[in-house]
Design a protein around this ligand. Sequence first.
Ligand code: HXC
Length: 510
Amino acid sequence: MTDILTQLEEKRAAARLGGGQRRLDAQHAKGKLTARERLNVLLDEGSFEEWDMFVEHRCHDFGMEDNKIPGDGVVIGYGTIAGRPVFVYSQDFTVLGGSLSETHAAKICKVMDQAIKAGIPIIGLNDSGGARIQEGVASLGGYAEVFQRNVLASGVVPQISLIMGPCAGGAVYSPAITDFIFMVEGSSYMFVTGPDVVKTVTHEDLTADELGGAKMHSRTSGVAHGAFANDLEMLMRTRELMSYLPLSNREEAPSYPSHDPLDRPSAVLDQIIPDNPNTPYDMKHVIAEIVDDGEMFEIHKDFASNIICGFARIEGRSVGIVANQPLVLAGCLDINASRKAARFVRFCDAFNIPLVTLVDVPGFMPGLSQEVGGIISQGAKLLYAYAEATVPKVTLITRKAYGGAYDVMASKHLRGDVNYAWPSAEIAVMGPEGAARIIFREDAADADALKARTDEYREKFANPFVAAGRGYIDDIIMPRNSRRRLGRALAMLKDKELTNPPRKHDNLPL
Ligand code: HXC
């Protein structure tokens, strides 16, 4: 018996060594943690339960029968983050470059199947050279098996992809389906075709970082929801994100004891709106005054910053914050802001996280590039997302709410539950000057007359009272009381019930 126990320990030790000390050292030399070290940081100490440590590939081509490493390049299992369960898979670059074989894929699918059944989130740590070249189509089949499960898990359990090394070719499509993608600066990249192919086809000479690095994807393409300086920071921040998310769509948003009084007044908000309606202010200051302890976990912080999306807590319970940012592009809704916020709203709705929307939007972004890029269907995504959402929706208009953008931003007409405005709100079809130029065209050439007409329009419509008079705004509130008023609304809505008509699935404007 003792022999068998010793044998087991020896086999385990061999599996833990992955591709061997030389390759583990090479991984460290690149500033990267190993697959197992990453799990040690991500999960609570001692909580990891590993599965399939002894699985080996079944390939016999190209001498592969002599190149078997237990575990086959991916570490799978489950553990806890702050005591709450999570399934994980962590690709081991030291084993055949973390490449995906049939058995490697089967291991990933095993934890995904269990995650869906048990209602537990799945976090994938990606560090892979892609399809196992020696296995050919078996590897492609393995990828498709993973994609299929990503789709089935979507909206059932949160799925998070951590890109911690190469992720190229068709391999990118598994993360692309998941809810959040985070990348490590300098050591991770994602692209459909690499620099060599790009150079041959389009003659563009690019580095891997330029073509698909963390900065590019977190700022320009929007493929990544965040970029972090190193493995450690990413893993710690992922732990933080998990604290805002339910384990599955069967659960309510998590809640924790809050020590931040709901009736904490915020006198600073009474002064935050500048006298000149065209002067910007930082909406993040408003958010910080409203949420518990001023804390928010921002999603897509560096992408489409004209809209802010993030998770926060009010009275200890998770909320999704969506807010126009007057500091960037005057808070206009453009293509990128619309698709960023639409996906965030849909995530919150899928996972029972109430939505708090702060509105200061002059309208949709005008221009040829926006029309050519399809602002019509892209903007419709956000409208659609808000309109289909059945979670509690609480909206506060701080200043501008003009045109179609008023409708889109969780208005009463899109089943907003509680819609408040500050006295500084301007709710109308368009800004006073544009409106005066159109309806008083005869005065447009005369600057004084136009100013008088603009003031007249502003006086009449650029305020919250017309909308409040119709019940589109439930109350005009003192800015300093915003936290209390929004918090009470959310508490009132805690057991809200609303369902959409039955159908196979909707057909949102993709
Ligand atoms: C098998 C692979 C591999 C792969 C790397 N390795 N990629 N083995 N299949 N796809 C092995 C290497 O042979 C090497 O083995 C070890 O992993 C480390 O690789 P290095 O090249 O030494 O590492 P590095 O210099 O850091 O370069 C990493 C890399 C490069 C950029 C990822 O390895 C690379 O270009 N690999 C091929 C990438 C690729 O073309 N993948 C297929 C893409 S198509 P030893 O024994 O020396 O340690 C695809 C389609 C998916 O993925 C479609 C899904 C629908």
